[in-house]
Write a protein that binds this ligand. Structure first.
Ligand code: BGC
Length: 436
């Protein structure tokens, strides 16, 4: 084997490592940024109040929910039976085209209204009034449970005329335009808030909701007295806080991270997200591969077709590669065994760092809630990276063990399917309970 190539790969490994010292330092800064965010001071962690309190698990009723934040819009009808039991009555999925993702606000909200209409028809649901929970997975400043102003788009969305405006109001206008006045938007929430609401409705030990998918973020329940920036009184002594951890900016970046950031739609923002989430991992790996081709360490021709376009190398492909499947053969690309092995190794390096950063961020939040880990903490996690990437959960677990030793056993990482959608129904139910 070529020595130079081995040295290069070792350097890449180093550049993508997160050792225990760096992890502990990350936790330290994470706590500082959390504190500043809660106090309303400038911080890379926005710590957004959600106006949602923990569910009791006894709330009942049938609610509509929409879940928007990735490449699909989901509409659901969900029945809560009390006793922590949830049934999904119906669910439809609608692909969001690039045109809608980058078009005008009116196009975007009319599209959502039409999806709700199609869902109700398909499932033969008719009622005089529907309470709908709206999961909107972008950073939103809320002043109440049903008012939320979009700070900025993330994850490749760039619908015009929405940033800086109340998203509930815009959806309401569209519902009226489309003669759907029977729909009443009772809550707007982040997907992490939904995941925690669903997780804690079903399991009282669930203390955190995390998304590890196209984007990444987390939410936890905070004591009202610690949310210094909260001006108005709240009906409970705890409130879910949407951390928006994708924005954390105290991690050291390497040249590949900087390139991805520079070429992205929102340079300088969402720094942690760009090192961790599914939208970006393929792109990071692609840039390392291009570097190796330029240096002459990867020699196979024909790779260009999947490397030239931005985001052409997806995290799904990375994940297949990591599990040993030959994605190149499927695309008709001939590549040597050595080159395939090198690219597989790069995939593993990039995904392992992502898992270690995600686990360290979870460790930081758990330690914030319970510094000595007296209690057990179940973490509700949704998203394809956690669910499908081979070895991802194991890499997270081993990072938690490095940080906490034996105490890591007190933290359980639990896949919580569709939490973001189901959670919107749970939050609607909490609101309905308050009114009754
Ligand atoms: C958004 C968050 C969201 C996360 C996961 C990020 O890009 O800023 O609000 O929770 O993606 O969907």
């Amino acid at each position: 084997m070529n020595d130079k190539y081995e040295v290069f790969l070792r350097d890449v490994k180093n550049e993508f490592s997160l050792n225990i010292h760096q992890a502990l330092e990350m936790i330290h800064y994470f706590h500082k940024e959390m504190e500043m965010g809660l106090a309303g001071e400038k911080s890379s962690l926005k710590m957004l109040p959600s106006f949602v309190c923990p569910p009791k698990g006894t709330e009942k009723g049938t609610f509509l929910a929409i879940d928007l934040g990735g490449t699909n819009l989901r509409v659901l009808a969900v029945r809560l039976l009390g006793d922590g039991i949830i049934e999904t009555v119906g669910v439809s999925r609608f692909a969001i085209s690039d045109e809608v993702m980058t078009g005008t606000g009116n196009m975007f909200f009319d599209f959502i209204s039409r999806c709700i209409e199609a869902f109700l028809k398909e499932n033969h649901i008719a009622q005089e009034r529907f309470d709908l929970g709206f999961t909107f997975s972008f950073p939103v400043i809320q002043s109440s449970i049903d008012r939320g102003v979009l700070i900025s788009w993330t994850k490749g969305f760039s619908v015009s005329g929405v940033e800086g405006r109340d998203v509930v109001g815009l959806l309401n206008d569209a519902l009226i335009r489309n003669k759907m006045e029977s729909i009443h938007i009772s809550a707007i929430l982040n997907d992490t808030v939904g995941t925690l609401a669903a997780g804690s409705y079903m399991d009282p030990l669930c203390h955190m909701g995390v998304i590890l998918g196209t984007g990444t973020n987390a939410c936890y329940s905070e004591k009202i007295k610690n949310i210094k920036k909260l001006k108005d009184p709240f009906s409970s002594d705890e409130m879910f806080i949407n951390i928006e951890w994708g924005g954390f900016d105290r991690l050291e970046r390497n040249i590949y991270d900087e390139t991805v950031d520079k070429n992205s739609q929102n340079p300088g923002e969402q720094r942690l997200e760009k090192m961790v989430s599914g939208l970006y991992l393929g792109e990071i790996a692609k840039i390392v591969v291009i570097h190796m081709i330029e240096k002459g360490y990867i020699l196979s021709m024909g790779l260009q077709s999947i490397l030239t376009e931005p985001y052409s190398f997806t995290t799904e492909q990375l994940s297949h590669l990591s599990s040993g499947s030959d994605i190149f053969k499927k695309s008709g690309i001939r590549i040597s065994d050595t080159d395939r092995e090198i690219i597989r190794e790069i995939a593993c390096i990039v995904s392992e760092r992502s898992a270690r950063i995600a686990a360290t961020a979870i460790a930081a939040v758990v330690q914030w809630i319970d510094p000595r880990l007296h209690n057990h903490h179940h973490i509700a996690i949704d998203g394809s990276l956690f669910e499908k990437y081979p070895g991802y959960k194991e890499n997270m677990q081993s990072m938690l063990e490095e940080i906490f030793g034996d105490l890591a056993k007190k933290i359980t990482l639990k896949l919580t399917h569709d939490g973001s959608g189901i959670g919107a129904a749970v939050v609607s139910a909490i609101e309905a309970h308050k009114r009754s």
